[in-house]
Design a binder for this molecule. Structure first.
Ligand code: GDP
Length: 445
């Protein structure tokens, strides 16, 4: 799958950061050095990597992190934010004219990049939006391209236009606009010829079509699998023809991530869509934030950080500090266990929280009480004496019996609760860095 290696490497870096209570400037530098290596290996352009790392470093080494509440989290957050901004921050749509006018889109790209396929994919998307697209075959050099476009047009149930392989591409484009007027198509999608390499004649042809029919949006398709080469191609097309938006095809392959991360930064042009397969439905809108979290392999850990910050905003800092210290040593007591379960419930349910944490997949559900059991746990803990709550070792059969009775439970329920508690205790010991530093508890980082 795409990005696997990059994601693995980044996760390693963050795992090491999470293992530390407090980060020094040296820790941050070392971590970023590894991030840098990982990005270079993923074929992100050197210039982009350099800018990215210095942007992260500048923010990470600042006061916010070193004197912040939870430095490990801050680094992840900053890397994520900088990655999003590298990829353009916002989702960009193809700009369309009002429905009563004809929008002319021109597809371009090297041969084999996925132009013809993507043209048909886009036609399908626009049809779903209520537009009436006309697919136009201007690739006269590769007769198979005309057939391919025609077949795809009929699969998508959209109109198709060709003048065969002997007409001039500019004439075909002009005639297609007439055809669109006659047939009432409000989007014309022109598929153009590609070459194996950038070539002046091809570029000139694109410029000619563009000028002849007043193309509104020039859409460039580049093959994500080619990494930095895709970015170079995008730069050249943009310089010579002018590109409005980029589609990264073949993102379903084992692309290393370089193209997705560098294209916007190098060309200044947004990625509109990503191709996720050969089927005509395999075209996805490009969301920089989703892509960043996919590359980081963090699932929704960032939203978890936000939730945790919110849920703990009103918590008593002193108490938190004390709890975090104990948790780091694996010294949790029943009271803390109850508190932690309640805090997790406030954050939106246990399983969803656990699912968001990288490396937490191993925790089986039976280790964690469900929502109903939480009420039971609360009753059990409240039936303990303050000493018992603070010192789990005091638990004797007699005490358990008393607690079971007092909380309206069976002795088996109390035993189950204690077992769950012990499992949690064990888990805490294994993950010393999980629970942040200063205001630690609940700020998984
Ligand atoms: P063109 O020469 O640029 O018009 O490229 P084509 O549209 O003919 O595509 C070249 C090959 O790439 C075809 O076999 C397509 O099925 C394949 N292709 C296009 N887009 C994607 C994609 O997003 N994922 C995968 N896996 N294959 C794609």
């Amino acid at each position: 799958m795409a990005f696997e290696s990059l994601t693995d490497k980044l996760q390693n870096v963050f795992r090491n950061l999470r293992g530390k209570g407090r980060l020094t400037e040296e820790d941050v530098k070392l971590a970023l050095k590894e991030v840098k290596m990982a990005l270079l290996e993923a074929d992100v352009s050197f210039k982009v990597v350099k800018q990215f790392i210095s942007a992260v470093q500048e923010r990470a080494v600042g006061e916010d992190v070193l004197n912040g509440l939870n430095p490990g989290q801050m680094v992840i957050k900053i890397v994520n934010e900088e990655m999003i901004s590298l990829m353009g921050s916002e989702t960009t749509e193809i700009k369309l004219q009002p429905t009563n006018e004809i929008t002319v889109l021109m597809m371009c790209g090297l041969q084999g990049a996925g132009k013809t396929t993507t043209a048909a994919k886009i036609a399908g998307k626009l049809k779903l939006k209520g537009r009436k697209p006309l697919l136009v075959a201007c690739d006269i050099y590769r007769p198979a391209a005309i057939d391919q476009l025609q077949i795809n047009a009929s699969k998508q149930e959209v109109d198709f236009f060709t003048l065969g392989s002997h007409a001039d591409p500019v004439d075909i484009a002009k005639a297609s606009i007439e055809e669109a007027r006659k047939k009432g198509n409000n989007v014309v999608i022109i598929d153009t010829a590609g070459r194996l390499q950038i070539d002046d004649i091809m570029m000139q042809e694109l410029v000619d079509i563009k000028n002849a029919v007043g193309v509104h949006q020039t859409l460039l398709v580049v093959d994500a699998m080619t990494g930095q080469e895709a970015v170079n191609v995008a730069s050249e097309f943009n310089e010579k023809v002018g590109v409005d938006g980029i589609i990264l095809s073949k993102m379903d392959g084992d692309s290393r991530g370089g193209a997705a991360l560098s294209t916007k930064a190098v060309t200044g042009k947004p990625i509109l869509y990503v191709g996720m397969g050969e089927k005509l439905s395999d075209l996805e809108q490009f969301y920089p934030d989703r892509m960043a979290s996919r590359i980081l392999g963090m699932g929704d850990v960032l939203s978890l950080i936000d939730k945790a910050v919110e849920a703990n905003a009103e918590r008593d800092a002193e108490k938190d500090r004390e709890m975090a210290q104990k948790m780091k040593k694996g010294k949790i007591d029943f009271e803390m266990y109850l508190e932690s379960m309640k805090a997790m419930r406030n954050m939106g349910g246990l399983s969803s929280i656990m699912g968001m944490l990288p490396g937490m997949g191993k925790i089986s559900d039976d280790m964690l009480p469900d929502e109903k059991q939480l009420a039971r746990i609360e009753a059990i803990v409240l039936s303990m004496t303050p000493e018992e709550r603070k010192n789990p070792k005091l638990m004797s059969p007699q005490r358990k019996f008393r607690i079971a009775k007092g909380s309206g439970n069976d002795i088996a329920d109390v035993n189950r609760f204690i077992k769950q508690f012990e499992q949690m205790q064990k888990m805490m010991k294994q993950m010393p860095g999980l629970m942040g530093d200063k205001r630690g508890f609940g700020k998984f980082g």
